[in-house]
Design a protein around this ligand. Structure first.
Ligand SMILES: Cc1cc2nc3c(=O)[nH]c(=O)nc-3n(C[C@H](O)[C@H](O)[C@H](O)COP(=O)(O)O)c2cc1C
Length: 380
């Protein structure tokens, strides 16, 4: 059990954060999670440049329901001035109550240009981005947090130093996905690193992230690392009710949601409805729902043909018909529905700009490449 999580002026009674996930944690999914539990629900990341340019997609990403509080937005950027401008826009136009900065993206097209999880290696640039965001947010009293990985690889770790720098610059919390860029999503998260960060960063809350698949995992992470709160990503894909389990666990109850297939089908239907509201386009909404099907149905007995048809759904009426074909009396399958889900894979040698690791300072040659690092990102 933990006390409420304090992020600047915000109090989060249950110290649980929904990890930002591009393509997943949109307004519809956050609402679904909120209907089951309590916590801080972070939106999909938005790039600072897209936000400053007010692209249609970036404006969709930062939209919140009227009753969604706190309104949390995650910004990804590589240029201090643009990040500052994006945060200023969020604050001056009263579009967010919390801004998280993304330094965790491991995808090659981002790290190739020096962005994402390999950016904190350039310590001045990291500090400049964090400083710009904190200064832009201060007039509105909006707390800024940093989400990062351990570093480039085991020989080039950055998280302890970056945590201290961020703390000194006035962030309200730091979150660590306890893997390096090279780990990608492989193996198991290194919770010992979260414990080391907690020993190092002592003035602001430290949030632990990586491989929480159940409420028991969350309690274990807290016990093992001393972290002030947990950040849950893949574990809630296809299981928004995990937030009910987490809330129960953090309040000392061992009540857990164990849905039969009928209850799962009802949540899928609700998710589909909310997605149509989110995108205002039924086909787009149903296309986005397809990837969720395998997550929702993990562990339940569902025939291959029905699974395949759910994975190709095009209309809401079709979704309802297909859900009606499920054996809605099927009980919760236990372990088969639990454990790891979502993105996995093997370690990858991070693709870096040539010479990136030679120096901790940014030289001009990297600056222009970096600007492009923001143009084509998605995911974390
Ligand atoms: C589909 C997907 C999209 C993600 N998008 C983002 C993102 O936009 N911003 C970010 O900081 N991390 C992103 N991440 C990383 C997660 O926030 C989280 O750090 C990671 O999945 C580890 O936590 P978990 O083990 O609980 O999943 C993404 C992860 C996944 C699986």
């Amino acid at each position: 059990m933990l006390p409420p999580l304090r992020i600047g002026p915000l109090t989060v009674d249950t110290p649980v954060v929904l990890a930002p996930m591009a393509g997943v944690t949109n307004r519809a999914f956050r609402r679904l999670c909120r209907e089951h539990g309590a916590g801080l629900y972070v939106a999909e990341m938005v790039t600072s440049r897209a936000l400053v340019e007010r692209t249609e997609e970036s404006m969709r990403i930062i939209r919140h329901d009227d009753d969604e509080r706190p309104r949390s937005v995650q910004v990804y950027g590589v240029d201090p001035a643009t990040v500052g401008a994006a945060v200023r826009m969020l604050v001056e136009e009263d579009r967010a109550d919390h801004v998280d900065l993304n330094f965790g993206c491991p995808v090659p097209k981002v790290t190739r240009r020096g962005g994402g999880a390999v950016l904190p290696w350039k310590r001045d640039l990291f500090a400049a981005i964090v400083r710009a965001a904190v200064e832009a947010a201060r007039p509105g009293g909006v707390p800024v947090t940093v989400k990062m990985r351990k570093g480039v690889d085991e020989d080039h770790l950055t998280y302890l130093e970056a945590g201290l720098v961020a703390q000194d610059l006035g962030v309200a919390a730091v979150a660590l996905h306890a893997r390096t860029a090279a780990d990608y999503y492989s193996g198991t998260a290194d919770w010992d690193a979260i414990a080391r960060l907690k020993e190092t960063v002592t003035d602001v809350p430290v949030l632990g992230n990586g491989d929480i698949w159940s409420a028991e995992d969350a309690l274990e992470m807290v016990a093992r690392t001393g972290c002030d709160g947990v950040v849950v990503g893949r574990g809630c894909q296809g299981r928004p009710w995990l937030f009910a389990d987490l809330a129960a666990a953090f309040h000392g109850s061992d009540a857990r949601v164990r849905p039969g297939l009928g209850e799962v089908a009802a949540v899928v239907r609700r998710h589909g409805e909310l997605m149509i509201e989110e995108f205002g386009d039924e086909l787009k909404a149903m296309r986005e729902m397809r990837k969720h099907m395998a997550w929702y149905l993990k562990g339940y007995v569902v025939g291959g043909s029905l699974r395949a048809r759910l994975g190709l759904v095009e209309t809401f009426a079709q979704l309802e018909d297909l859900l009606g074909e499920l054996d809605l009396t099927q009980p919760y399958p236990g372990a088969a529905a639990e454990g790891q889900r979502g993105r996995a894979g093997s370690p990858k040698r991070p693709v870096l700009p040539e010479g990136w690791l030679d120096s901790r300072d940014l030289d001009d040659a990297f600056r222009s490449a970096l600007a492009e690092a923001e143009l084509s990102v998605s995911g974390g």
